[in-house]
Design a protein around this ligand. Sequence first.
Ligand SMILES: Cc1cc2nc3c(=O)[nH]c(=O)nc-3n(C[C@H](O)[C@H](O)[C@H](O)COP(=O)(O)OP(=O)(O)OC[C@H]3O[C@@H](n4cnc5c(N)ncnc54)[C@H](O)[C@@H]3O)c2cc1C
Length: 451
Amino acid sequence: MTRKHQIVICGAGILGVSAAYYLGKAGIKDILLVDECAPLTLTSDRSTECYRNWWPDAEMLALMNRSIDLMEQLADESGNAFHMNRRGYLYVTADESKIPELIERSNRTSALGAGQLRIHSSDNSSYQPAHPEGFRDEPPGADILLGNELIRKYFPYLTDQAVAGLHVRRAGWLSAQQMGMVLLETARRLGVQFESARVDSVDVKSNRVNGVKLSNGERVESPIFVNAAGPYLKQVGQMLGIDIPVYTELHLKVAFRDLLGIVGRDAPLLIWDDPQSLPWADDEREALAGDDETKWLTEPFPAGAHTRPEGAGESQTVLMLWEYKTRVIEPTFPVPLDDQYPEIAMRGMSTMLPALKGYFNKMPKPQLDGGYYTRTRENRLLVGPLPVEGAYVIGAASGYGIMSACGAGDLLAAHVAGAKLPSYASAFSLARYDDPEYQKQLETWGESGQL
Ligand SMILES: Cc1cc2nc3c(=O)[nH]c(=O)nc-3n(C[C@H](O)[C@H](O)[C@H](O)COP(=O)(O)OP(=O)(O)OC[C@H]3O[C@@H](n4cnc5c(N)ncnc54)[C@H](O)[C@@H]3O)c2cc1C
């Protein structure tokens, strides 16, 4: 059986759904969204659901500002159906020597367009704490709080070792599932159809997209094909004969019930910005260090352990994440879990939130899950045309696909509709890798800002 559609989108994760929504909004009719999984379930329901405009890369920052503008618009139109808040991200350090660099880096990010930086060192400062819910009437940019007394006045659960905290303000979290459903339901009202099937092959003739073959045996004729296959971006690229330069990293996350009420229920996303050694009792440390298999648990661990409260009302849930061991692997499902992760994350977070040590002898039951960051070498996503006529890509959004989804979908729709492209468009096109200058820059690419 053959049917015809104007556009086929392969993948109904947050990026495919957002592409469908913005293509529909651009007035493009007759879009088919295809996925063998239920929409928004493979990677897009595994995230921490956080967002921020605070990126060291000017192009990423511009895309995120646009994406957050669009999310705010969507929140306004839907009565904030996806509970977008603006609690911010709080990066905390106990290392005095890092303060000058923290200020310098923050000034740089502020100057790139992230908003004004304010530095506070005494209690009569003008620091404004965030409202726990909603996203309006919050200051833009970021605040740096200097000194333990000032930090713990606003965040009393933090360690007395904290000396500086960078509170990024155009940031917070939301329900990614609900935002995705707002996009999907609106897209469906605009005429987008969903088909539960796998795209098995893409029919390309004379370097032009002709259609696709689905796992249910159907052939769909279509002049436009969008690869939004998340962790399978590379495999679906191969169906077009194109190598998409991405790889996948396994990332886990754990949820606990914080029965002792240690993480403030109104807290922002809390990030420990220093490398550290895990806290062990002396005898534990000695035993671990004496065994080749466990020795690594006594060695230095990287910065970046983070946590946030999850859920409203009576919820006691907290989420914890810490990328202490990056694993680049091919995507397999269910994702391989690491039984040591919950305890390591809890111990790491206790450096920032010392009262968590109360759980060391009796850990609350963890809920562990995870997914893949599909990413490019420099961690910029891919949105735009592919070198087969009618083929496009939207993906490789690594650990920031929820926050960038609206901006990326909007950018893809501009490419397909032939609308005026924003200044950052070329930074996310596959064609950037054809530029020898860009290839040279890649050799010395700086930090990507990924958590
Ligand atoms: C632990 C963790 C924490 C994260 N935290 C955050 C965060 O705080 N903020 C943030 O912004 N982002 C976060 N992310 C990243 C974010 O979740 C991803 O970037 C985003 O979900 C990727 O969306 P996607 O649509 O590209 O992929 P997916 O959601 O994986 O969707 C791709 C879809 O394509 C389908 N597909 C693939 N091949 C085919 C085929 N041949 N035929 C049909 N369908 C196909 C799949 O079935 C899948 O449904 C996190 C990710 C992880 C793993």
